[in-house]
Ligand binder design. Structure first.
Ligand code: FAD
Length: 302
């Protein structure tokens, strides 16, 4: 069995694995996609001490750093069940059962869906989630960004440089993004911001041709003709597979204490899959280190 088994290969999981391996204990890491969300990130300017880097480059350095230690890396493997017996057992989708004295869950998060008609039908036919990946497909076109939080406004600023016009639709009466991002957004000539807008439907034939929304102030329905819709309404933690085992809050985030411990003895968690207040690379790494030290502390006491 492993001493520490990490589930997830993003910034949190990679950090947890390195901290464990440096204690000289038997460490494994299971990742569906090593690197995690940073693989979908272009510019990173807030990874302190590095003025600028790009996601795939940072992901490659993470992997190189983990490989520098004696860590058993199981990439392209998905965990589907966790059970506390004498040891903690983690079952993978391929049927394998891994056993470990301590487990650190670092399965991160994914884009949230809007759940309106047209969204699923036109996915990759005009409906997109990753502006860095799909933005260039909309060069010279009219796109909408749903969501006026940091990610939505960042996406709109990004897309304004590629698309002909960007319409931001925010459900609330105000944008929630940081003031500096809003200032930047409002300074752009080809951006329209519509607040109080409830998206009703994404329309199209073989691909997206428009969006219908309800003005929540007046109740009136409006239609905008456009070719692309970027959904930027937040992240959902990848924790469904823990249903009934590890305690989570109403958002599905794993509840951890200051050592990264969950309600199950020997099971720790870190990064975007937890109830941490902010979801950032540097924060995930810090919590990965915390959970790993917490797990080591647990091991020497049990
Ligand atoms: P993730 O990066 O989500 O990694 C989760 C890992 O778990 C992945 O390896 C995944 O494949 C794996 N996994 C999931 N489920 C399972 C399972 N069942 N079994 C096995 N493995 C599983 N942060 C910044 O600090 N600066 C930025 O500029 C920045 N820009 C961003 C831009 C975009 C487009 C996005 C999406 C995020 C950005 N972030 C940024 C946020 C940052 O990427 C995340 O906070 C960070 O990646 C979280 O790390 P994590 O390790 O907790 O989770």
């Amino acid at each position: 069995p492993f001493d520490v088994l990490v589930i997830g290969g993003g910034p949190a999981g990679a950090t947890a694995a390195i901290y464990a391996a440096r204690k000289g204990i038997r460490t494994g890491i299971v990742a569906e996609r090593f690197g995690g969300q940073i693989l979908d990130t272009l510019g990173i300017e807030n990874f302190i001490s590095v003025k600028y880097t790009e996601g795939p480059k940072l992901a490659a350095s993470l992997e190189e750093h983990v490989k520098h230690y004696n860590v058993d890396i199981m990439n392209l493997q998905r965990a589907k069940r966790l059970e506390k017996k004498e040891l903690i057992e983690v079952e993978l989708e391929n049927g394998a059962i891994l056993k470990s004295k301590a487990v650190i869950i670092a399965t991160g998060a994914r884009w949230r869906n809007l759940g309106v008609p047209g969204e699923a039908e036109f996915k990759n036919k005009g409906v997109a989630y990753c502006p860095h990946c799909d933005g260039p497909l909309f060069e010279g076109k009219h796109v909408a960004v749903i969501g006026g939080g940091n990610s939505g406004v960042e996406a709109a600023i990004d897309l304004a440089g590629i698309a002909k016009h960007v319409t931001v639709l925010e459900f609330a009466p105000e944008l929630k993004a940081d003031a500096v991002l809003q200032d930047r957004l409002y300074s752009l000539p080809n951006v329209t911001v519509i607040k109080n807008a409830q998206t009703k439907e994404i329309t199209g034939t073989d691909k997206v041709n428009g969006i219908t929304y309800i003005d929540r102030a007046t109740g009136e329905e409006h239609h905008i003709e456009l070719q692309g819709v970027f959904v930027q309404i937040g992240l959902v933690p990848n924790t469904e597979w823990l249903e009934g085992t590890v305690e989570r809050n109403r958002f599905g985030e794993i509840i951890v204490d200051k050592r990264g411990a969950t309600n199950v003895p020997g099971v720790f968690a870190a990064g975007d899959c937890t109830d941490s207040a902010y979801k950032q690379i540097i924060i995930s790494m810090g919590s990965g280190a915390t959970a790993s030290l917490g797990a080591f502390d647990y091991l020497i006491r049990n």
